[in-house]
Design a binder for this molecule. Structure first.
Ligand code: PEP
Ligand code: MG
Length: 752
């Protein structure tokens, strides 16, 4: 870059800093800035457009256009050249604006006399805040250096906007203060329930308060030092992983190292610094560009890599500012966790103290969502852009039922919300009153209701929910919460304590379901193109007999002479079940020889999670002591729709005629061999679905503890035999789903 441009640009930023340092009102500052930019760049016009709301840009200050147009001229995103810059988040540079694509004539600004146009987005970390424009009468084309210099200025503007530099003291400023307005986010339901609390960011944002510097040498030195420190920390992380480390983690760190060593990344930041930005601002400018790119990349893999780069920028910012990832706010009294996404392990680390969770991404079928559900923590997923808006400590309302989040709510919204919470508390009282009653339908049919669990901490819910037992104990959660493989004695002790806590009620232990999205930090992960259909659950258990044997021994020892129920996950064919069962019986023999107490009764079951198992030979159904339908997996394979992919997951209703017909077939097969059948997927916890499953002939349902009350209440109000007739009729009617007919029936009977 030419020396002249560099020093010009530095001079401009230097003047900008002086202007910003002056104690003036927001509007005055904006006016001075436009004057200063037009003057420094030798243009006839400089204008600043800022977003009034999510879709509308407003002319907030101008040098050269009609001053009366300020705060009058507005345009929607995408409208005119300014709107085009805002939408595309990229610069528009044209010597002949009136004939450029998208030009819109705005008579009030008097802009038709200006031929050349250069507009750059004012954006911060990928969030559009506005557009900065320069225009000239002559048909000049702005040089790359000028575009670049204007982008640097826009970056400073964005930073200052974030810091509230353009808000008037009297409140009616050039624009409202940021992060103070109420904002509504519409996402999806991850876990029902309403909760009120304060924002707690999983990864707090770094604040840059000094975007401009007049000592580029010092800033370059700081950047270099920070990058050196970043590189050595990435190297150290890689070295500490050692052999047998999680491949995915190694891959991420290797990508980090590649980015950290990327010359072009560093060079771009160095150029920004030489134009007058501080080291922090240079990092953030690059981060903004990465985020803007991230939004446009359709390829999920590439997007993940850009996320890595984003993460790396965060680390670099933390080194530069000394703001560590854990130096964010103290955990507030009622923490509502906000994150881009979160793994089950990280969520377990937070524990039950969270009052709510809001994810920018996330999916209902993920195990983090299952953990949230097990704990009945309201969870909203897909709340786009919440991370750019929310600040630690902000008041927030999470409505898991509607998948809606109110950030910094108005008083009346908060009041209505509290009413809703109170109503839910009343419903809880109603559920408590039937806690010790059976789930017997109006027509006298009783369904056993069990709860799903996975942690010792879940067991107290057995008593409070009124569940008859634990229908699914996901043993892998114990493995996910620690850094090394648990020892057999430790596991035996845990399983023993679980049974102690169950006080004689049955606990069905599911053997490890590792793989898919449940990756253990200490197990060598497989590089699989599709882990959900890969080497997981019983497939791992049968191939790596050591781990399965260890777990089976721990279960037998934990039972210590009590009845024991074990089921194997993800069985796809008879042989797998037979093999696993034989292995369990062998372990029993071994324990007997060792003189250990044997379970007083043993039930060995299988999870039916793959369509193939429904068509297994009759001998399978005879050999299994019980079968439990893992609806989460079964449904994803039945419809070939990834349970973690929100886009396809929602397409297929559980009450779809094909699926219910399939369920009916499984019920028939179990009835032929008198094999007890239950359903333990998430759908069992939804009252309408649960009533339909009961009507289809399911003997038991296993669900998260908080669902027991609503499901029991629904079944106790319903005539299951009548409901079955409604389902059968709807199945024969050519409908795609029986839901409309079922809902119609329930409404006609005033069942809710
Ligand atoms: C299921 O697939 O329905 C199930 C209960 O198992 P998980 O959700 O743990 O895969
Ligand atoms: Mg499953």
């Amino acid at each position: 870059m030419a020396e002249r441009t560099e020093s010009e640009s530095r001079k401009l930023l230097g003047r900008l800093r002086e202007t910003l340092a002056q104690d003036s009102a927001g509007q005055e500052r904006l006016d001075r800035i436009t004057h200063l930019i037009a003057d420094s760049m030798g243009t006839d016009v400089c204008s600043i457009y800022l977003f009034r709301d999510a879709d509308t840009l407003e002319l907030c200050a101008t040098e050269g256009l009609n001053p009366d147009a300020v705060h009058q001229t507005r345009m929607r995103i995408g409208e005119g050249l300014v709107g085009r810059v805002a939408r595309s988040k990229t610069a528009v540079n044209t010597p002949d604006a009136p004939s450029a694509k998208g030009f819109r004539y705005m008579p009030e600004t008097g802009e038709e006399i200006f031929s050349s146009f250069l507009g750059v987005p004012v954006q911060r970390l990928g969030e559009s805040l506005g557009v900065l424009v320069v225009q000239s009468k002559d048909a000049r084309s702005y040089s790359d250096d000028e575009v670049y210099a204007l982008e640097v200025v826009a970056m400073v503007l964005a930073e200052m906007t974030e810091l509230g530099a353009f808000v008037n003291n009297d409140g009616d400023g050039a624009m409202g203060a940021r992060h103070t307005q109420p904002v509504l986010f519409r996402g999806g339901t991850g876990q029902e329930g309403a909760s009120e609390g304060q924002v707690y960011l999983h990864e707090p944002r770094v604040v840059v308060s000094n975007p401009i510097s007049d000592d580029p040498h010092e800033e370059l030195r700081r950047l270099q030092e920070a990058i050196d420190s970043l590189r050595s920390s990435v190297d150290a992380m890689l070295n500490s992983l050692g052999r047998g480390a999680d491949k995915e983690q190694v891959k991420v760190l290797e990508a980090y190292r590649m980015f950290a060593n990327s010359r072009s990344w560093v060079r771009r930041m160095e150029e920004d610094i030489s134009l007058g930005l501080s080291a922090e601002a240079a990092v953030e400018k690059e981060q903004s560009a990465t985020r803007a790119r991230m939004e446009k990349v359709p390829d999920a893999y590439l997007r993940e890599r850009l996320h890595d780069l984003d993460d790396l920028s965060n680390r670099l910012l933390r080194i530069l500012t000394g703001q560590g990832s854990d130096t964010g706010a103290e955990m507030p009294e009622k923490p509502i966790l906000i994150a881009r996404n979160i793994g089950p392990g990280e969520l377990l680390d937070y524990g039950k103290k969270l009052r709510g969770i809001v994810l920018e991404e996330g999916s209902v079928g993920s195990h983090a969502a299952i953990v949230a559900r097990a704990w009945a923590i309201p969870l909203v997923i897909n709340a786009k852009k919440i991370l750019t808006e929310a600040l630690n400590g902000d008041p927030i309302l999470v409505d898991g039922d509607q998948g809606v989040v109110h950030l910094r709510p108005e008083d009346n919204v908060a009041a209505a919300f509290r009413d809703k919470i109170a109503m839910q508390a009343q419903a809880q009282e109603r559920y408590a009153s039937i806690r010790d009653k059976p789930a017997t339908s109006v027509c006298g049919h009783t369904v056993a209701l069990h709860m799903n669990a996975g942690l010792m901490a879940d067991l107290p819910s057995l008593e409070s929910s009124g569940a008859e037992g634990v229908g699914l104990f996901r043993t892998e959660l114990q493995f996910l919460t620690r850094a090394t493989v648990p020892r057999r004695s430790e596991l035996a002790q845990i399983y023993g304590s679980v049974m102690d806590a169950a006080q004689g009620k049955q606990v069905v232990f599911r053997t490890l379901d590792i793989g898919s999205d449940k990756v253990l930090p200490y197990m060598k992960p497989q590089d699989e193109p599709n882990p959900a259909m890969g080497w997981r659950a019983i497939r791992v258990g049968l191939d790596k007999r050591g781990v399965m044997r260890m777990q089976l021994q721990a279960l037998i020892r934990g039972a210590a002479g009590r009845p024991l129920a074990i089921m194997f996950p993800f069985v796809a064919q008879f042989d797998e079940f037979r093999d696993a069962r034989t292995q369990l019986l062998d372990e029993i023999e071994r324990e007997k020889k060792l003189g250990h107490a044997l379970p007083s009764a043993l039930k060995i079951g299988a999870m039916l999670e793959t369509p193939s198992l429904a068509f297994a030979p009759r001998q399978f159904f005879e050999l299994a002591d019980f079968i439990s339908i893992g609806g989460n997996d079964l449904k994803q394979f039945f419809f070939a729709a990834d349970r973690e992919n929100e886009r396809v997951r929602r397409r297929y209703d559980t009450l779809n005629v094909s699926f219910l017909t399939f369920i009916e077939r499984i019920v028939q097969r179990c009835q032929e061999t008198k094999t007890p059948l239950s359903f333990c997927g998430e759908d069992a916890g939804r009252p309408v679905e649960a009533a339909c499953f009961a009507a289809m002939g399911m003997d038991a349902l296993s669900m998260r503890p908080a669902s027991i009350g609503p499901v029991k209440s629904m079944i106790r109000q319903t005539n299951i035999a009548e409901l079955r007739a409604v389902i059968d009729e709807a199945c024969g009617s050519g409908a795609q789903s029986v839901r409309p007919a079922v809902m119609g029936y329930l409404t006609s009977k005033s069942i809710s």
